[in-house]
Design a protein around this ligand. Structure first.
Ligand SMILES: Cc1ncc(COP(=O)(O)O)c(C=O)c1O
Length: 402
């Protein structure tokens, strides 16, 4: 066997092999999967903006006017006015002095963390941070102190140990696989006290938390208090690309040293146009964010009422923790048979022993769809004996989920 074949066989043997599933249609609340209509409960298109008519039209107009591509890195072939306009809007939205666009959230995180810390520094990183933050830490060549999830005491101990070398604290704002929220007030205070930068990834907070969907920092009353906010345009904002919001000085440093900004083609005009439209929609329709919150609460309550374990989720990301990767995949398949597409998430995306279904709610899911999905998942979990899945309500005679 070749090394490639061996590695694939090992992934299959351990229940960690992944495959792509073909869907048809846009990322709406329902999609066609293998020809059958299913409820889509694993898309990050939280506000339904990916296929909103105004967003589609803005993308099409930008393509008509400016073309399909940006031609090169902005340092090479020039910065388009549309890029500047979006950066201005994002800075305003997040309450920062300046903003800088990147090709994707992955590139923004790796590029920013690696640009702002280096050999001899210490980066303090939450143990459940997204892979792109982890990779940024590794690329920086700094020493990495991984603190226990959301544990400010452990972080403080790490800061003391690092002495004057502590350069940066990095955290997801809303944790991508758990849907819980970073203790941002405590993080701001510790960062100030230890004179280091605080970098918060708002990939899942933007569009979901805070007034007008401004994010987890805004929800905590900390707009403008976080040194570096990273966010993606690819989730609640419905398109593709990403941004960093920070002081003009930090942005200038990133323009000069963040390798994914310097050495990669700038975001294409249709994506930039789409993001501008998405931001203006968010301003016009704050009700969308409210609807997302309501829907998330409906799903969380319905799952808990069925005896399912959802960890510390407080948001639109709701894990149903199973443990074993094969059982998580089996739960996903069984759930799909009931017409609900909910992806199984396994190591290395989550720690060993915490494989799960990662459910994500959208503002345009209907209440009855979400309750029916909880019923399908609860029944599948019960049949498979996983996730603390209690007996279906009809068997237990429990009242319906609120
Ligand atoms: C917390 C977090 N940060 C960053 C990213 C990367 O963003 P993008 O998809 O724009 O690369 C993701 C997911 O993809 C994420 O979940």
């Amino acid at each position: 066997m070749t090394d490639v074949a061996e590695r694939l066989a090992e992934l299959r043997r351990t229940g960690l092999h992944r495959r792509l599933r073909l869907i048809e249609g846009p990322q709406g609340p329902r999609v066609l999967l293998d020809g059958a209509e299913v409820l889509l409960l694993c898309s990050n298109n939280y506000l339904g903006l990916a296929d909103h008519p105004r967003v589609r039209q803005a993308a099409a107009e930008a393509a008509e006017r400016l073309g399909a591509g940006a031609g090169a890195s902005r340092l090479i072939s020039g910065s388009m006015a549309l890029h500047r306009k979006l950066e201005g809007r994002l800075a305003e939205f997040k309450g920062s002095e300046a903003a800088l666009l990147f090709g994707s959230g992955y590139l923004a995180n790796t590029g920013t963390v690696a640009a702002l810390a280096g050999r001899g520094d210490v980066i303090l990183s939450d143990e459940l941070n997204h892979a792109s933050l982890i990779d940024g830490c590794r690329l920086s060549r700094a020493e990495i102190f991984v603190y226990r999830h959301r544990d400010l005491e452990h972080l403080e101990w790490g800061l003391h140990e690092a002495g004057g070398r502590a350069r940066m604290i990095v955290t997801d704002g809303v944790f991508s696989m758990d849907g819980d929220v970073a203790p941002l007030g405590g993080l701001v205070e510790l960062a100030r006290r230890h004179r280091c930068l605080l970098v918060v990834d708002e990939a899942h907070g933007t569009g979901a938390l805070g007034p007008g969907g401004r994010g987890a920092a805004a929800a905590a009353g900390l707009s403008g208090e976080v040194d570096v906010v990273v966010g993606t345009l690819g989730k609640a904002l419905g398109g593709y690309g990403a941004y960093v919001c920070a002081s003009a000085e930090i942005v200038d440093l990133l323009v000069n040293t963040a390798r994914p900004f310097i050495y990669s083609t700038a975001p294409p005009p249709p994506s930039v146009g789409a993001a501008l439209a998405a931001l203006s929609l968010l301003a016009d329709r704050p009700g969308l964010v409210e609807q997302l919150r309501r829907n998330a609460a409906i799903l969380r309550e319905a799952l808990v009422a069925r005896g399912l374990k959802i960890g510390g989720s407080r948001t639109q990301i709701v894990p149903v923790i199973v443990g074993d990767p094969r059982r998580a995949t089996a739960l996903s398949e069984r759930t799909l048979e009931g017409g609900v597409f909910a992806q199984a998430i396994r190591p290395p995306t989550v720690p060993a022993g915490s494989s799960r279904l990662r459910l994500t709610v959208m503002a345009n899911h209907r209440t009855d769809e979400l309750r029916a999905a909880a019923r399908v998942i609860g029944r599948a979990a019960h049949e498979l004996g996983v996730a603390g899945g209690g007996a279906p309500e009809e068997l237990r005679g429990l009242p319906r989920a609120a």
